[in-house]
Design a protein around this ligand. Structure first.
Ligand code: F0G
Length: 457
């Protein structure tokens, strides 16, 4: 059979709410044209994020009932620890309430003023945590990763020559660790090849720099390696994932993605001294080391989710269904970041709306219209999220102006995706009529979450 089907059937359903365009106009105006500020119940198809939005399996829910809620030494912790250790091979497994809590702890210990952290591309919370510690975050994506139209297998790769150059210029002593984000979310959900992980490992080893993986979407990355990298077609995704982790000294993980849970994360690492400091911080900020900000039931659900995510029927359906959305848009001429990533399709707002200048935020304008036209919530990943200002107050725009349609895991069916395709095509037809936005209020950090906008008239 050629048809790739959802490898599950549905046991529990949740209604979604239909609204009219007129109602959505009012809702969005009340939310100051920021899709983070509207109620989820006013969204029909929610593609804001693939984070914490997975549907859990019957076995995960059963695990919730088995959760051991003992304060110290809970059975659920040991199951979680065993599962994470057998996957990552790390000595120390530290549960956190989500990925950014692992980042906060890691960079509180290893970051600090004067330090510089290289990454293929920092995600926004990772960058924020590096900077919050007083350190500087530097992105070193490969050339192909900088161009939304280049078709390449591993656009998430780090530029290894740029890393060498960066180390030579910066000095090893200022670089506490190097990070690779797999898949590369800010760069379009693009995978990193095993060869690139190995090459970065080699450079790090030569300079004595620890390598950490930001591993939220490790299984999607591993599946791309199986599909695309010579020599891996007959290797199981589980073995590929273990090999990826074998090159790392540590891992930060948001379990809200590839562990198929609604909340959770961990920091895993080999260094005894850093782990001891991390556990001290964990006790102050998250909780005792055998629960670290999570309930026993959450730890059970993560352990189970980490098994399920490596099911190759699931991964085939996952990667194929995201590509289905991308391929249909491409064949209708819609500019997207190519090729399709693992967890999302990124519309190229700069090309979609060439008449809107970057300081009128074409990505935000596009995500607003997708909501107004069809009740679809997406997220701008462009100059609203990553833009900064120069001394004169002029916008320093982001490298790309993207709108991400993130696909929650095991949640939407093909007809939902067909509806999304129809909506994007309709907005594309009417694109000339769209206008940009201005920011009227913004916080000093992570402004996309709470900034207020006005439409340019
Ligand atoms: N690293 C990456 C690559 C991420 O994509 C995220 C979250 C985090 C770290 C932080 O994890 O949310 O559990 O604290 N990404 C979400 C997203 C929010 O929508 O892409 P967290």
């Amino acid at each position: 059979m050629k048809t790739i089907i959802e490898p599950f059937r549905i046991k529990s359903v949740e209604p979604i709410t239909f609204t009219s365009r007129e109602e959505r106009e009012t809702i969005l105006a009340q939310g100051d044209y920021n899709l983070f500020l509207i109620r989820a119940e006013h969204v029909l198809i929610d593609l804001l994020t693939d984070s914490g939005t997975s549907a859990m399996s019957a076995e995960q829910w059963a695990g919730m009932m088995r959760g051991d809620e003992s304060y110290a030494g809970a059975r659920s912790f040991y199951r979680f620890e065993e599962r994470v250790r057998s996957l990552t091979g790390m000595r120390h497994i530290i549960p956190t309430h989500q990925g950014r809590a692992a980042e906060k702890i890691l960079f509180s210990i290893m970051g600090g003023p004067g330090k510089v952290v290289p990454n293929n591309s920092h995600f926004d919370t990772t960058r924020a945590n590096v900077e919050f510690s007083g350190a500087e975050a530097v992105d070193l994506p490969c050339e192909a990763g900088k161009d939304p139209d280049t078709i390449a297998d591993f656009k998430g790769n780090m530029d290894v020559a740029a890393l060498e150059d960066f180390i030579a210029r910066t000095g090893r002593e200022r670089i506490p660790l190097c990070m690779l984000t797999i898949t590369n979310n800010s760069g379009g959900g693009q995978p990193v090849s095993m060869a690139n992980i190995r090459a970065v490992r080699e450079v790090c080893t030569r300079h004595g720099i620890p390598l950490f993986l930001d591993a939220c979407r490790f299984a999607e990355n591993a599946y791309f390696i199986k599909l695309r990298e010579p020599g891996y077609a007959d290797t199981s995704v589980a073995s590929i994932a273990r090999e990826m982790f074998s090159y790392a000294d540590g891992v930060t993980m948001s379990a809200k993605k590839d562990a198929l849970v609604n909340m959770g994360g961990f920091l895993a690492l080999n260094d005894d001294a850093v782990a001891a400091s991390a556990r001290n911080l964990l006790i102050v900020t998250e909780g005792f080391p055998t629960y670290g900000g999570l309930a026993g039931r959450d730890l059970e659900a993560i352990a189970q989710g980490l098994d399920e995510i490596l099911d190759e029927h699931y991964l085939q359906y996952r990667i194929r269904s995201v590509a289905y959305l991308g391929d249909r848009l491409v064949s209708a001429g819609v500019p997207i970041l190519r090729p399709p990533g693992g967890h999302a399709i990124y519309l190229n707002a700069k090309k979609f709306l060439p008449h809107i200048p970057v300081d009128e935020y074409p990505g935000q304008a596009l995500s607003i219209e997708l909501y107004l036209a069809a009740g679809i919530r997406s997220v701008e990943i462009g100059s609203v999220m990553f833009g900064t200002y120069d001394r004169s107050g002029a916008l320093i725009p982001a490298r790309m102006e993207l709108v991400r349609l993130a696909i929650p895991r095991r949640v939407y069916t093909q007809s939902h995706i067909d509806y999304v395709i129809e909506a994007v095509l309709e907005v594309f037809e009417n694109r000339d009529a769209l206008r940009g936005v201005r920011i009227v209020e913004e916080p000093p950090m992570l402004r996309h979450f709470t900034a207020k906008f006005k439409k340019v008239v």
